[in-house]
Design a protein around this ligand. Structure first.
Ligand code: NAD
Length: 357
């Protein structure tokens, strides 16, 4: 199979972790007879430095011309004082919108080897943690109008939260279809006791439920969901929610399974092209030290093979290699545990390559 991949190394630890993921993809290509061609794309702080823009149109076009996109992470303190529309993270929002990837899927699954890294009590972890958060990605409050105005002699900030039925319906379908492929339980999370957008969300989810009789739909308020994720995460199979709630809940979900360095995510729209990235940021505090955990990015590459290129065997091979390295007791600093061997980013990548078959 021949595929082109747009590669956004980004800022901070981005280049270090992406380098390891590319080595893994190259080995997969060699082992299984594929040809992956990479196009480098500047986005984030590095693009601001080079082009004065976190995502120039030419760079977005490279992504749109590729079969899929692999991203490290963007941002860092160097660009903290850049004005709003030019911030590195705006590049990411524009990339998501430009690619039309409206569905972000984040697995929250505990690796048995890392169970002790969870901050939850052992008896809660022992019940199992294995769910997916399907988050709407290009609507809601992050994409509404933002403004700060003077009213009555003081500043007032306004952020607009809008959702249309069609926006809710298309992400709802992803939620139901994801549940169909798993445990057939879908929990729709909103704040319908306060927000109109949430009341519409709930109505549309219940309309859709009629089309998916094999899926059991439940509703949960977002504040309750935040509690339930730490109280009894085993109750969840698939959570579907809007942009900001999903942003917050998926960070919470990533914490309970150990390190955010381990978790990949996929963002998909219509068609097979996706955006694949680890869920963490650019970790400027550890950038350039060769200590970052590259596993989230390597698993994001595996997700790309599975969901965009329909190569499940190859994706399994990567996940198995990661599992073997963890079985052998190798850990980066963020997931280090007693009696394990601490390795850096490059060494973790090398070990995964060595175990890749
Ligand atoms: P962060 O995820 O970068 O870091 C949080 C903590 O986790 C830090 O202590 C960091 O060292 C650690 N960490 C993160 N990834 C790690 C890894 N792979 N291995 C080991 N440890 C890891 O979040 P932050 O510090 O809030 O943000 C830093 C920058 O990243 C900010 O500019 C933020 O806007 C940006 N950011 C970018 C993205 C993205 O590109 N998708 C996502 C979130 C944050």
């Amino acid at each position: 199979m021949k595929r082109t991949i747009a590669v956004i190394r980004g800022d901070g630890i981005g280049p270090e972790i992406v380098a390891q993921a590319l080595l893994v993809l190259n080995k997969i290509a060699a082992l299984y007879g594929h040809e992956f061609t990479y196009t480098d794309v500047d986005m984030g702080g590095c693009a601001i430095d080079k082009w004065g823009d976190p995502l120039p149109q030419t760079e977005l076009d490279k992504c749109l011309a590729s079969d899929s996109v692999l991203l490290g992470a963007v941002g860092g303190p160097k660009w903290n004082d850049v004005p709003g529309p030019m911030r590195p993270e705006k590049g990411l929002l524009r990339l998501r919108a430009g690619m039309g990837v409206y569905s972000n899927n984040r697995p929250a699954k505990i690796w048995p080897q890392l169970a002790s890294a969870s901050p939850l009590k052992q008896e809660i972890v022992d019940k199992g943690i294995d769910f997916i958060i399907v988050r709407e990605l290009i609507g809601g409050i992050y994409f509404g109008k933002h403004e700060t105005v003077y009213e009555g002699g003081e500043q007032t900030a306004i952020d607009e939260l809008r959702y249309s039925e069609s926006e809710i319906r298309r992400i709802g379908r992803i939620g139901f279809e994801t549940a169909q492929k798993r445990g057939k339980r879908l929990c729709s999370v909103e704040k319908s006791n306060v927000l109109d957008s949430s009341r519409l969300w709930k109505t549309v989810m219940h309309e859709l439920a009629a089309e998916y009789p094999d899926v059991q739909l439940s509703d949960m308020l977002v504040d309750n969901c935040a509690m339930q994720i730490v109280k009894d995460p085993s109750q969840f199979d698939v959570i579907v929610t809007e942009n900001m709630f999903g942003d917050i809940l998926s960070d919470e979900a990533s914490m309970i399974i150990g390190s955010i360095g381990m978790i990949p995510s996929s963002s998909l729209g219509e068609g097979s092209r996706g955006l694949y990235e680890p869920i963490h940021g650019s970790a400027p505090d550890i950038a350039g030290k060769d200590i970052a955990n590259p596993i989230g990015t390597i698993l994001a590459a595996a997700m790309m093979l599975r969901f965009s290129f329909d190569l499940p065997k190859e994706a399994d091979a990567i996940e198995n290699a990661v599992s073997k390295v963890l079985d052998a007791g190798y850990r980066t600093g963020d997931i280090m545990a007693p009696n394990c061997k601490q390795v850096g980013c490059t060494e973790m990548g090398r070990l995964i390559l060595e175990n890749l078959q």
